[in-house]
Ligand binder design. Sequence first.
Ligand code: ADP
Length: 439
Amino acid sequence: MSKVLIANRGEIAVRIIRACHTLGLATVAVYSTADREALHVQLADEAVCIGPPTPVKSYLNQDNLIEAAKMTKADLVHPGYGFLSENADFANKCEQNGLKFIGPSSQVIAIMGEKATARQTMKEAGVPIVPGSPKGFVTVEDGLNYAAKIGFPVMLKASAGGGGKGMRVINKKEEFTQEFTLAQQEAQHAFSNNEMYLEKYLRHPRHIEIQLMADQFGNVIGLRERDCTMQLNHQKVMEEAPALIVDDATKQKMLEVSVKAAKEINYEGAGTMEFLLDSPGKFYFMEMNTRIQVEHPITELVTDTNLVELQLRIALGEKLAMQQIDIQSRGFALECRVNARGAGKITALHLPSGYGVRVDTALYQGYQVPPNYDAMIAKIIVYGHNRQNAIALMKTALDETVISGIQTNLDFLAQLLEEPLYLANKIDVNWLEKLTKGI
Ligand code: ADP
């Protein structure tokens, strides 16, 4: 029997443990001292403490994780999302220690993790990219030269970026030096890397992404698209599938270029190609995420697949059992990310359920939400006949949800579902930010 160490915590660790047990795989949870009472620790077959609460000393501590895997004789490591999931060094360390890292090879992770290199790689694979600097740079002079060629406004990004850090919109030449310096400092601080690159700033884009799954034999399938346009400070708030804004021909094109690119880079496992849709039919590659994503359940619902189970099967050397032609999209799925606003004890909890409702969470009554980690504490996911029906299901689900003892964004989410422009599906990636600032 194979044993999987889950190098993560929270809802995704629980999601992975469940998928492992369904497949008859043994599980090892890891936890920091802040997570002794966490649900993933209770659900796994074994659990190993890997350090103090600070992520760098526990969930990001590669040596402790490898040691825990060796000690428990685990064969595979599932990194989840966040933490070390897109860390090429960690994937490499797993490989060196005879552990199967669940995901693509460390080389592929490294290429996609360097955003400037990723853009170049995708361009060569025939994927349209946002016009921008042909490579990364570190000096303000190079930046100014590229910006002049691209034309203002430009979007400055950190090559090693993620989570919206080190990103800046620069509207005119006069602002460039100051903004560049600040963004570069932020990048250096967050990623220990000061390489930056530029893209043309698109004014009203929508965020559309394609879910990919690839086995070890070169078979790649595209599990259709998601619309993640509802964002606040470049962080996703709600996601939906399918993307009604995109016409069928464009969807098909996005899917085809994504699958082709994944094949060309010898991709393995779950991955997501993120695109910005500038105007109907015009899309550009933004980045590739080489891991399972937070919003994967909406794809599971509309395509009737278990993506985490597929990840595990692929890592165990199975061939993809389905072909592209088998992947149909049916119905409409919507996900809301429930965030904690501060730490504390959950004194009362009622989670929604019923027809078309799914909740992925690691919460339970009496659980102490620690202050050290990601604010997302639950994902409420609904599946309906169409968008209108899914929104109605979501309203009912949010209305029923009770999370007492801590502050959450539940009311905020419920308010969003009443917004006329959201209901009319006429938003862009900046819409919510403007709305919350009252612009
Ligand atoms: P990160 O990896 O830090 O999350 P991304 O490159 O994925 O950064 O971009 C995050 C979000 O920023 C996108 O979903 C989009 O809303 C916005 N964005 C990124 N690039 C551009 C661009 N060139 N023009 C306009 N908005 C952009």
